[in-house]
Design a protein around this ligand. Sequence first.
Ligand code: NAG
Ligand code: NAG
Ligand code: NAG
Ligand code: NAG
Ligand code: NAG
Length: 545
Amino acid sequence: MPSTSLKWHIAVGLGAAGAIGLAYWYLKSSKRQTIGNLSVAIEEPKEETPFQKAQRYKVDGNDLFKRGRYDEAITCYNKAIEMIPAEYKSDLATYYQNRAAAYEQLKKWSSVIADCTKAVELNSRYEKALLRRAKAEEMIKDWVNSLDDITAVCLLQNFQNQSTLLMADRILKELGKQNAAEAVKTRKPVMPSASFIKTYFSSFSADPVYDKLKEANEPLGQGDLKGFLKAKLAFATEKYEEIIPACTEELNLSESESTYKFEALSLRASFYFLIGQFKEALEDFTTIIDSKDADVLIKVNSLIKRSSICMQTEKISECLSDFEKATELGPEVSDVYHHRGQIRLLMDQTDDARKDFSKAVSLNPDFAIAVVQKCYADYRYAMQTKDPGLLVESMQDFRNAIDKFPSYPETYILFAQVKTEKQEYQEAEKLYEKALEIDPNNASIFVHKGLLLLQWKGDISRAVEMMKEAIRVDNKSEFAYETLGTVEVQRGNLVLAIELFNKAINLARSETEMVHLFSLRDAAASQLKIATNLGIGPELLKGVS
Ligand SMILES: *[C@@H]1O[C@H](CO)[C@@H](O)[C@H](O)[C@H]1NC(C)=O
Ligand SMILES: *[C@@H]1O[C@H](CO)[C@@H](O)[C@H](O)[C@H]1NC(C)=O
Ligand SMILES: *[C@@H]1O[C@H](CO)[C@@H](O)[C@H](O)[C@H]1NC(C)=O
Ligand SMILES: *[C@@H]1O[C@H](CO)[C@@H](O)[C@H](O)[C@H]1NC(C)=O
Ligand SMILES: *[C@@H]1O[C@H](CO)[C@@H](O)[C@H](O)[C@H]1NC(C)=O
């Protein structure tokens, strides 16, 4: 490369007295762009050592490279490589690296990779060669090797170089996509914890199927229950694994025998969704939505649930169009606005989210979830627009919500997050403790509390304790495994972190979540491998022992 050649001139100039003139000559000639025939120049100085000859070929190669004559540059590098005595390892590495640069211009990726590999074999910390190989591997979508190479560059640069870090992120995402696409094919559905399932169903205020599930007037547990009624018993007794087959049984009945067709479809779809079988869930919800006979409220509920699958599979326009249909079909159903508000909040459309939450609350003022989320959206909006009046108001609304719904944990949790943001840590801690009194088996609350301790006191060991506690109360908490894994990465326990990320991956329900988790895992795995290979960063390797 041009800059190396310049450095070489200077080095030679300082080192060997006789070479000063030579360096000067090359410097001059490389500036004379119009010079016609380089081979004449090459013959010029006499009685060169093989090393000097090789260097001259390299300089000529660099010169041709600068002028865009890549094939000729490669010929010069070939000669330089052929000629240089074996003991000049780092110069040979440079030649390979320079030839790789020429191949790169010609988009001959496998030659780039082969030459960079030779360069790296000669000099394992050769940043330029590693970076070039990473880029070529990216071109041929060899994400695994590209990641290892870009990780090596990150490590050599001490993670200080923004553009390298961005490239690493890009590769991680691609590799994550590839791994996730593979993993969903063989993924074993995992039933979430009972508390997760209950939270999911109770996030709807108008779900006629859930209402039926809660009714106690059916003869539960008596005789041989079949179909939906059997599913209902399974739901009541938390035997969630039995629900999908029981619903299928109902759907197998003939038209005249089946009294709960749409209930069975809706319940089965909800459980397909909960265990991450989105395709099957979509089919069932679509059957309900497209049917002429289904009850309006079941349809509206199905539209909201289907839109949430679209959101999780990053089909935003389908998601919004389902909400559109839902508002037409059930303009008075608060769930539509409340769920759309959540999505708008995620999409950073805070003002629209507020409008949705307001509408949801006005339709159904006693539904705690919507009330509390309205407080949170108002707070976000106050911060974004720097509106002190609204800020004060939203804080008061939080307090009112706690008074009105004292046994609803989410109020405390969201308020605690707000307090944490405002660095009112002590109050945040109290709110989390209150939430844990109400819901001692909710892993997320432990995780949040751990994060608070980390941010507030930098207390990593108590934070880790909290997160382990989270896993103890709910060993299916993906959030707990992921967060603990991230903390372990930060304190250098890469082996442990990888294990935690793998657990989170097994629990992930959507491909999007998997992409993210694979990225975290692969970053840790690559750092572990490369740091070991390069013998650097012992602080990164605590987990090995
Ligand atoms: C350079 O000169 C040599 C001999 O002087 C000649 O054989 C060769 O064709 C020339 N090359 C170019 C590109 O002009
Ligand atoms: C940062 O890395 C890029 C390659 O990723 C490199 O081109 C650039 O020179 C580096 N910048 C610094 C300041 O080291
Ligand atoms: C735990 O609480 C959070 C916040 O209230 C809620 O989003 C989550 O669904 C709960 N998790 C479970 C498993 O109940
Ligand atoms: C439903 O019917 C299909 C075929 O008609 C059958 O294979 C399946 O076992 C039945 N499922 C249940 C739960 O009855
Ligand atoms: C969670 O714990 C149960 C037993 O309490 C065990 O059977 C299950 O395999 C554990 N799940 C995970 C993901 O560790």
